[in-house]
Design a protein around this ligand. Structure first.
Ligand code: ADP
Length: 261
């Protein structure tokens, strides 16, 4: 059996995905530390442990993500290409991908056969990214997954009017002291991220099926707010955060097959 490995070294997490020649996912790993740390090595160790397949037993390794240039593989690929490939594999009829990671957000539009037609990215401002949610979770003393659950308890999100993360931080602290209900505040925080990302989607033009990749796909509050903003059904998968690593593993298998045809 031939195996290939995809590694996605992000700003906050390192992810690995191992596939076999039938394009079955053999193992995945996710370590909560990203580029510039031992995260990538730890993610490789974790996948070795889970699958029993060693790095030396893989035919090819493709690296993607923010930290891809610092890791020695058999090649690297852009996050856009890898997310597009991974999401097309998970959702064959996807046409728009919303990828919200720890440090940026991207919207990609694909052709029917999965080619990247156009994209827009926000990597200039923490608002509209996972970073905004992480900072707010810190202020509220919550884990990031608690933030997601709490948002769903509210039907009346508090409006966060500051667009800047630093000012929004002060606004949330002041709302806390004035007694705004925590679920309303959390739903408002999710709404704020959703509004920024939805405006990127509108600029690209909404084309269904719309699917979410990146770690923030785990946040049900953000997903619900995007669905309401765009009036669409938004799809995601348990593997959404691993879509980049999956795309890299699939590209590595394509490359191996091409070279050995
Ligand atoms: P990167 O590749 O830049 O490291 P990821 O795509 O891994 O980013 O996404 C990281 C973000 O995902 C975090 O900033 C956090 O907001 C969000 N996230 C991670 N795990 C969860 C979870 N269990 N519930 C909700 N959000 C999560």
């Amino acid at each position: 059996m031939v195996y290939t490995l995809g590694i996605d070294i992000g700003s906050t997490t390192s992810k690995c995905c191992l596939i076999d020649e039938n394009r079955e996912i053999v193992g995945t790993s996710l370590i909560k530390s990203g580029t510039g740390t031992r995260g990538p090595e730890k993610a490789m160790e974790a996948i070795e442990k889970e699958s029993g397949i060693k790095k030396e037993d893989t035919a090819k390794i493709i690296v993607t993500g923010y930290g891809r240039k610092n890791f020695d593989g058999d090649g690297d690929m852009s996050e856009l290409s890898c997310h597009a490939k991974g999401m097309k594999f998970l959702f064959p009829d996807v046409r728009t991908i919303i990828d919200i990671g720890g440090q940026d957000s991207k919207v990609m539009k694909l052709s029917e056969d999965g080619k990247l037609l156009t994209f827009l990215m926000n990597d200039k401002c923490a608002a509209g990214t996972g970073r905004f949610l992480d900072v707010m979770a810190g202020i509220l003393g919550m884990d990031i997954d608690e933030l997601s659950e709490t948002a769903l308890l509210s039907d009346t999100p508090a409006k966060i009017s500051s667009t800047c993360t630093v000012f929004a931080e002060s606004e949330v602290i002041s709302r806390l002291s004035s007694g705004t209900a925590i679920p309303d505040l959390v739903a408002g925080i999710c709404e704020s991220v959703a509004t920024k990302v939805s405006s990127l989607v509108k600029r690209v033009g909404v084309m269904e099926k719309v699917c979410m990749s990146g770690g923030v796909a785990k946040n049900a509050g953000v997903r619900r707010a995007i669905e309401n903003n765009l009036d669409i059904k938004l799809y995601h998968s348990e593997l959404s955060q691993l879509a980049g690593a999956l795309g890299a593993a699939l590209s590595a298998m394509d490359k191996y097959e091409k070279e050995n045809a």
